[in-house]
Design a binder for this molecule. Structure first.
Ligand SMILES: C[S@@+](CC[C@H](N)C(=O)[O-])C[C@H]1O[C@@H](n2cnc3c(N)ncnc32)[C@H](O)[C@@H]1O
Length: 270
C-alpha cells in the first residue's frame, strides 16, 4: 500500500541548495542533451485544453526556458512568469525571452499572490520537490478559479535499469528516488483541484554505453544527488561491474533507460 504519511520521499530528497547548484552548473549543457525533456514538455503542451487562453501563465521550474518560450508563442497576449530555484538556469533563460518576468523561487513556497495565474505549467520539475502536497497547495492558492495546473513528472520505474545494475554491485543509492504513481494519484485527488487527466507512460531512450547515459544525466544536472549516495570516487572495478550488469538489458537499439513519465491536467473548480 502507498504510504501517504510520507509525501516526503523515503530517505529524503537532496537539499534544495544542492539541487539549485547542480542545475545552475548544468545550464550551459542542458539544452544539448534534453531530448526527453523536450518530448515530455511538448506532450504536456498538447494536453492543454485547445480553447484555453490564459491571461497569465507560470512556467514552474522553467530551467533554460524552452517551454517558457513555447508558452510565449502559444499565448502571445498573455503575461508570462518563468520561475526556477536555480539562478544559473534563470540567467540562461532570461536573455532568450518568452516570459515577461523571470523569478527565483521555490515551487513549495511560491512568491506569488493568491489567484495570480490562470495556468501553471510545470514540466519535469516537481520530482525534485520532496513535499508535493505543498506544491499542490501552493498551485491551488495561486490559481484563479477555473485555472489549470498541467504538470509532467517522473515516478517509480524511472531509470530502473541503472538502479538495478548498481544494486547488483554495492546496494547503495546511485539513482535519484521517485514517488510512486499512486502517491501522485492520491495527493492530486486530495488537492482540492479537479483531476481532468492523470496517467503515466514509459518513455525509453537508448544509449550506446553506460558512460553516455551517466554523462547525459550529469549534463542535465539530474545525476544522483540523494542523501545516502556514495561519496568519493567510483572505483574502476565497480564501474566495470556496473557496465557488465547493465549489459543484461541491452536491446538491438542499445542500452535502454526507462523514464516513467507522469502527465497530469488539474483544474481549480469555479
Ligand atoms: C529537469 S529541469 C526541467 C526544466 C524545464 N521545465 C524543461 O522541461 O526543460 C528541472 C528544473 O526544475 C528546477 N527545480 C527543482 N526544484 C525546484 C523547486 N523546488 N522550485 C522551483 N524549481 C525547481 C531545477 O532548477 C531545474 O531547472
Amino acid at each position: 500500500m502507498t504510504d501517504l504519511s510520507l509525501p516526503n520521499l523515503p530517505g529524503g530528497l537532496p537539499d534544495k541548495r544542492q539541487v539549485a547548484a547542480s542545475f545552475s552548473r548544468a545550464a550551459a549543457s542542458y539544452d544539448s542533451v534534453a531530448e526527453l525533456q523536450r518530448d515530455v514538455g511538448s506532450e504536456l503542451l498538447s494536453r492543454l485544453p485547445e480553447d484555453f487562453v490564459p491571461a497569465r501563465w507560470l512556467d514552474m521550474g522553467c530551467g533554460t526556458g524552452y517551454f517558457s518560450r513555447a508558452l510565449g508563442e502559444r499565448f502571445p497576449d498573455a503575461n508570462g512568469l518563468a520561475l526556477d530555484i536555480a539562478e544559473g538556469m534563470l540567467n540562461h533563460a532570461r536573455p532568450l525571452g518568452g516570459a515577461t518576468h523571470f523569478i527565483a523561487g521555490d515551487a513549495e513556497r511560491l512568491p506569488l499572490q493568491d489567484s495570480a495565474c490562470d495556468l501553471v505549467f510545470s514540466s519535469l520539475a516537481v520530482q525534485w520537490c520532496a513535499d508535493f502536497a505543498s506544491v499542490l497547495n501552493e498551485v491551488h492558492r495561486v490559481l484563479k478559479p477555473g485555472g489549470i495546473f498541467a504538470f509532467a513528472s517522473l515516478c517509480v520505474g524511472t531509470l530502473y535499469e541503472l538502479r538495478d545494475s548498481w544494486r547488483q554491485i554495492d546496494g547503495m543509492v546511485h539513482v535519484n528516488r521517485f514517488r510512486e504513481f499512486g502517491v501522485y494519484q492520491q495527493l492530486c485527488a486530495g488537492s482540492g483541484l479537479k483531476v481532468v487527466s492523470l496517467e503515466t507512460n514509459p518513455h525509453v531512450l537508448h544509449y550506446p554505453d553506460v558512460r553516455s547515459l551517466t554523462h547525459e544525466l550529469k549534463a542535465l544536472g539530474a545525476h544522483n544527488l540523494n542523501p545516502g549516495r556514495p561519496g568519493g570516487l567510483t572505483g574502476r572495478a565497480r564501474i566495470l561491474g556496473l557496465i557488465e550488469a547493465y549489459e543484461q538489458y541491452r536491446q538491438a537499439q542499445g542500452l535502454p533507460a526507462t523514464y516513467q513519465v507522469v502527465y497530469a491536467v488539474l483544474e481549480k473548480p469555479l
